[in-house]
Design a protein around this ligand. Structure first.
Ligand code: MG
Ligand code: MG
Length: 256
């Protein structure tokens, strides 16, 4: 969507703030010994307690056979995105990607982070660090007059020499009126190419990367993307509002 007036601006800021607060609480509850289903239940409770609606529950992504059945996409370790919450109990050394969307006053927000469970391997922490850093680099170039390719390139550059692999089949997108809007925002690309970024755009930027090779496949459940080589995968996402003089990270978490 494109924010066209002060009322819309106020509403998307409020929507993003709410999602940032909820996601931070769910991240804090992500410990060894808890099930992914309990994190999903917490996500839904927090969203509904705020008077809002989960954005992903009942949403049918392109290519999926049926609507997504849960509130939070929870992807553990080699699961890349769109993992299904369930009976799985988290354990020390796991990494957990929490991807959450909510609808506030009709506006859709989308944000994700990958949380370490207790002590994780150094290389895996590095994967998290680089992926998170690439999101910040992407946010920094999302300015009016820039191109989608500038964002893609900023992510790609951040990974250069890291040994990690960007998952190229997944990427960011416009958001706000619905979960997935134009433009698609790849995480690899060339500066100066692609659609222009304009003032008022609400975009979800989301680098996704594997510790090993880039290839992914969809598991038999029809939703969960996994890395083909079984390597760990990280995902960081924010919804931003592009303004003339600054870009607002709508879903920034309170203690991020
Ligand atoms: Mg998301
Ligand atoms: Mg997204």
């Amino acid at each position: 969507m494109i924010v066209r007036n002060a009322e819309q601006r106020r509403d998307v800021i409020e929507a993003g703030k709410r999602l940032g607060e909820v996601l931070e609480k769910v991240a804090k509850a992500t410990h060894a010994g808890v099930s992914t289903a309990s994190l999903d239940a917490l996500s839904e409770k927090l969203i509904r307690d705020g008077g809002d609606t989960p954005a992903f529950k009942g949403f049918k992504p392109d290519g999926a056979r049926s609507p997504y059945p849960a509130t939070c996409c929870i992807s553990v370790n080699e699961e890349v995105v769109h993992g299904l919450p369930g009976a799985r109990i988290l354990k020390e050394g796991d990494i957990v990607s929490l991807d959450l969307g909510l609808i506030h006053d009709g506006y859709v927000m989308d944000s994700a982070l990958t949380v370490p469970v207790g002590k994780i391997a150094k290389e895996v922490q590095e994967l998290l660090n680089v992926t998170q850093e690439s999101l910040e680099e992407a946010i920094a170039v999302a300015r009016p007059g820039a191109r989608v390719g500038d964002i893609s390139h900023a992510v790609e550059e951040t990974f250069k020499g890291s040994g990690f692999s960007i998952v190229k089949v997944l990427g960011g997108h416009g958001v706000g009126n619905s979960v997935h809007e134009e433009p698609f925002i790849p995480n690899v690309g060339h500066p100066g190419m692609g659609p222009e970024i304009v003032e008022g755009m609400v975009l979800a930027l989301e680098p996704i990367a594997n510790a090993g090779k880039a290839s992914v496949f969809v598991a038999p459940d029809g939703f969960t993307y996994k890395s083909k080589d079984g390597s760990m995968s990280a995902h960081f996402e924010h919804t931003i509002l592009v303004e003339k003089n600054k870009t607002i990270v709508l879903t920034r978490r309170p203690h991020e």
